[in-house]
Design a protein around this ligand. Structure first.
Ligand code: NAD
Length: 264
């Protein structure tokens, strides 16, 4: 699979349904976050990447084949409240609005349960859960004031059952993301903000490739009803739909996208 095949939906028609919308995508420098940046920008949104090692804006635009005006790039550790405050404030100062937040930043160490240190446990919860909390809390006032908002949080099949490759801390964290998603959906639905989660199965990203030995992704997915590894753009298309007006009546959902691995 070439980088392009994994990143971009096979469609030539660019829609502008998100024209004028301003989005933040955490973890937007890699994998499904990066594919989501592409999907949102292609639909007309201006998208700010929040990531540890944020790529340069020009590099990002040319990698995704979108206009340089469509993307921003900010180095942020989502576990650091001061950094999240400053990064969200910089987007609001420049764009004067914030419509869409996608929380894709995540880590999933495969450590066996008895070997997980307290530090590692805390870090996994901090990135996956606290980071999602901090970004939601800082973004929501602008969405509420604008009367429209879309939040899409990355949980996982691990948030509904247990992780294939990540440790118990990862499974715990992704269950936590679903709890936060459901709570916020109830609280913010009345002011025009929907909050949903996506629950991907095994998707072909640097995270999944880094967790599993060579060939394991293909072997693990060969028996799925859709017998192959999922692609980042396939998840990004779902996120972009949830971020659109077309998904206005969906909130508090935890949407599976896993080739039928988990059918509930
Ligand atoms: P990835 O490793 O390709 O991308 C994750 C990104 O998050 C990276 O760019 C990384 O730098 C960033 N990140 C990590 N810690 C951060 C921090 N503290 N602050 C800011 N950015 C940080 O991973 P991916 O597979 O695209 O995963 C995206 C999301 O999907 C994650 O939340 C992951 O847990 C979840 N997920 C992945 C799979 C899979 O099979 N790949 C399955 C289910 C869920």
């Amino acid at each position: 699979m070439s980088a392009d095949e994994g990143l971009r939906a096979p469609t030539s028609a660019d829609s502008v349904e998100l024209e004028g919308r301003v989005a933040i995508v955490t973890g937007g420098a890699s994998g499904m976050g990066l594919a989501t940046v592409h999907a949102l920008a292609r639909r007309g949104a201006t998208v700010a990447v929040f990531d540890l090692a944020a790529p340069g804006r020009t590099e990002l635009a040319s990698m995704l084949d979108v206009g340089v005006d469509r993307v921003r790039s900010v180095a942020v550790d989502v576990t650091d409240s001061g950094q999240v405050d400053r990064a969200v404030a910089s987007v609001l100062a420049e764009q004067a609005r914030l419509d869409i937040l996608v929380n894709a930043a995540g880590i999933a160490p495969p450590t066996p349960f008895e070997d997980i240190t307290e530090d590692e446990w805390s870090r996994v919860l901090a990135v996956n859960v606290n980071g999602t909390f901090l970004c939601c809390q800082r973004a929501l006032p602008a969405m509420r004031d604008g009367g429209w908002g879309r939040i899409v949080n990355f949980s996982s099949t691990a948030g509904k059952t247990i992780s294939t490759a990540g440790g118990a801390h990862y499974t715990t964290a992704k269950h936590g993301v679903l709890g936060l998603t459901r709570h916020l959906a109830k609280a913010y639905g009345p002011v025009g903000v929907t909050v949903n989660a996506v629950c991907p199965g095994l998707i072909d990203t640097p995270m999944a490739r880094g967790l599993l030995p060579e060939g394991s992704l293909e072997r693990a997915t060969a028996s799925y009803p859709v017998p192959r590894v999922g692609l980042p753009w396939e998840v990004a298309e779902l996120v972009a739909f949830l971020a659109s007006d077309r998904a206005a009546y969906i909130t508090g959902a935890a949407v599976d996208i896993n080739g039928g691995d988990l059918i509930v």
